[in-house]
Design a protein around this ligand. Structure first.
Ligand code: AMP
Length: 419
């Protein structure tokens, strides 16, 4: 017997029905906002991911050399691949360019509930505009994509990396020899013990520590004006107001602790979580970023987000969402071997009319077949027997009411659809 690799999962037919249901809902929401789907390869050159995030990211990657010695990596996320694709082939497309994707990602993470080594992200990238309306629409899209799956309890937090950098420069930069990246990574991980250790190590004056930490703990829009000048606040406030008033998002608050782990984010950043999930509750992360120029493209505003597809399903399950069950419309049972050919013929007619049709392949008795049909949630069972067949009829049994009727084969598809 072989074991499944650590951090990976198999999906049963029931799992897959849930996943396809959620995927369809989210694609529909993306399309309803004018986004078009694209696809990129599962592996890329390793350099694509180290270029902006540094060599340290290699620890988190599945990277390997192929038989020709090329250094490759399974993608850990899709923003860099989509930007590579954009720079390579899509720069001339009319702007704004709205793209969405659905794909598996791989990270050498420590597996736990909601955290896997192979997982799926679904996300959007917006290229060519950074107006307040564009950024508000992008954030609202992420929020709506989750709500439209049927999930009830989520929170949206909106931050601003320019504000965070400003506060860093004002209070900490002259004391920190290592720059802001390391600290921002700790903020992103909410490792406040280690942040305090660093403050102590670099002898940050108490007042500076306090101002910086108070700023990080802001959760009301009004309080921001104590830290950020009015003219710099305007864009952020405008986006916030659009989200609250035009996009009608209630569960929204400012959050200055959003630092995003990767170095290419700037400006507005946001996260959405489902508190019901506990430790791994973050469903979505995104914001404004700069990658195009460093990938060799012409400078253009870019922003986007990635949704943790697996966690959205976990959250729906935890909220006891009732996923629709895909039923078999019809299950056909030939009563003896002589009836098999005709049964196949009938099955093909029904399938061609779009009726989900299954057929007994085990040549077993009627009662066993009925049991099996039940386990497959069949709505109707068609029994093909010699006496009825002689007159061009079959017996149709409604599995819910138990009622049985004779139906003419010629009108079967039409009658089944009308029933
Ligand atoms: P990130 O690219 O790290 O901002 O991740 C975007 C979203 O993907 C997160 O908010 C999570 O919902 C999800 N995610 C990230 N890493 C994992 C993982 N190892 N397993 C499952 N979901 C993940």
């Amino acid at each position: 017997m072989f074991n499944i690799p650590r951090g990976t999962r198999d999906f049963t037919p029931v799992d897959m029905e849930k996943r396809r249901f959620v995927q369809k809902k989210m694609s529909f929401t993306f399309e309803s906002f004018g986004y078009k789907e694209i696809q990129t390869p599962t592996f890329e050159t390793l350099e694509l991911f180290t270029a902006k995030s540094g060599e340290s990211i290699i620890d988190e990657l599945y990277s390997f050399r192929d038989k020709s010695g090329r250094e490759l990596a399974l993608r850990p996320e899709l923003t860099a691949p989509v930007m590579r694709f954009y720079v390579d082939k899509l720069q001339m497309e009319p702007k704004p360019l709205k793209l969405f994707y659905f794909g598996n990602c791989f990270r050498y993470d420590r597996p736990q509930k909601g955290r896997y080594r192979e997982f799926t992200q679904m996300g959007c990238e917006l290229i060519g505009t950074s107006t307040e309306e564009a950024i508000a629409e992008l954030i609202a899209l992420a929020y709506n994509a989750i709500i439209n799956t049927g999930l009830k309890n989520i929170n949206l937090r909106v931050g601003n990396l320019d504000f965070l950098k400003y506060q860093y420069d004002k209070n900490l930069s002259e004391f920190f020899p290592i720059g802001s990246n390391e600290l921002f990574r700790l903020i992103d991980k909410e490792d406040f013990n280690e942040i305090q250790n660093q403050f102590n190590e670099y002898n940050i004056p108490n007042n500076n520590q306090k101002e910086f930490m108070d700023f990080l703990n802001i959760n009301k829009l009004l309080d921001l004006s104590n830290y950020i000048e009015k003219n710099h606040l305007k864009r952020y406030e405008e986006i916030f107001s659009l989200l609250e008033n035009e996009f009608n998002i209630i569960n929204i608050r400012p959050e200055m602790k959003i630092a995003r782990g990767l170095d290419y984010y700037k400006g507005i950043v946001f996260e959405i979580d489902a508190p019901i999930l506990g430790a791994e509750k973050q469903l979505c992360g995104g914001g404004e970023y700069e990658l195009v120029e460093s990938f060799g493209g012409k400078d253009v505003p870019t922003s986007g987000f990635a949704l943790g597809f697996d966690r959205i399903i976990l959250a729906l399950e935890t909220e006891k969402f009732s996923f629709p069950v895909i039923k078999t419309d019809v299950y056909i049972v030939p009563v003896n071997e002589d009836m098999i050919q005709k049964s196949i013929e009938i099955a093909q007619i029904l399938r061609n009319k779009g009726i989900l049709t299954d057929l007994d392949l085990l040549k077993r008795g009627i009662s066993k077949s009925l049991k099996y049909a039940n386990s497959k949630n069949a709505e109707k069972v068609i029994i093909v027997g010699p006496d009825e067949l002689k007159n061009g009829f079959v017996t149709v049994k409604d599995m819910e009411s138990g009622e049985q009727k004779l139906m003419e084969i010629n009108n079967l598809a039409k009658n089944l659809k009308n029933n």
